[in-house]
Every structure is written in C-alpha cells, then in structure tokens.
Design a protein around this ligand. Structure first.
Ligand SMILES: [Cu+2]
Length: 137
C-alpha cells in the first residue's frame, strides 16, 4: 500500500516535472497569440476612427441639413427616417454613386469620403427637392 502510494507520489512528481518541462513551449504559443489578438483592435480602430454623423429625416426634411466635413476624412452617416410624411425615402449625394433607401425607423449607414473641398448637395432621390448641403473643408 505504501509502495503504491509512494509510486503514485513519484508518478505525480514525475508528471509535475514533465508538466513543468512541457510548460515553457506553450508560453511562446501564447506570446504568438497575443500579437494576433492585438492585431484585431488595430483593424477595428480605423472603423472606430470614422466620424459618425447621425441624421434624421423628419417633417422638416434632413436634420441636420448642413454638415461640415473634411476632405479625405471618411464619414459615416447614420440616417433614420422618422416620418412617412416626406418624399425623402431615399438619400443620394450629388456627384457620387451613393443612393440608399431609407426605410421608416431603420438606421441606414451611408459611408462616404469626400475627396475635395467644396459644397456637395445631398437629398432625396427625387432631384434632391428635400435635402441639404455637405460643406467639405
Ligand atoms: Cu423628394
């Protein structure tokens, strides 16, 4: 019984010893994992760094109707149409391919990066009868 106990202890000790010997290799693996994990936030950072402009479509039209932007700075509009009493059921930005439907009460993301300073009109899909101006500096 004692011998068995001692053997078990020895085995445990040996196993522990072995574990200690085996432990160092997994550490470099963890070290490799860490930079990978660190890479993910780096990738997420540009997205987080994008300026977000919340916009609504109300009875007054697009609110705000005038937004100042910076050339070559990506911007993300988050537009929510809050009324059915409007023809602005879609948005388009003059001089771009951007044209997006604006379903009622749904936040729609519109990403854009203005490339040159100036005034850019935006508005409803019907000749921008309802709309505003994006002032790019
Ligand atoms: Cu319209």
């Amino acid at each position: 019984m004692r011998t068995l106990f001692a053997l078990t202890l020895l085995t445990l000790a040996f196993t522990n010893c072995k574990k200690d010997e085996v432990l160092p290799p997994p550490k470099p693996v963890e070290a490799v994992k860490a930079p990978e994990a660190a890479k993910a936030p780096e990738v997420a950072k540009p997205a987080d760094g994008v300026r977000t402009v919340a916009m609504a479509v109300t009875d007054e039209g697009f609110v705000p109707a005038n937004v100042t932007l910076k050339a070559n700075e990506p911007v993300k509009f988050v537009i929510t149409r809050k009324t059915d009493e409007t023809c602005a059921t879609a948005i388009q930005i003059d001089g771009t391919d951007i044209k997006k439907d604006l379903p009622l009460n749904q936040a729609v993301e519109v990403a854009w990066t203005p490339t040159k300073p100036g005034k850019v009109k935006f508005g409803c899909a019907m000749d921008m009868m309802i709309g505003g101006v994006l002032l790019v500096e």
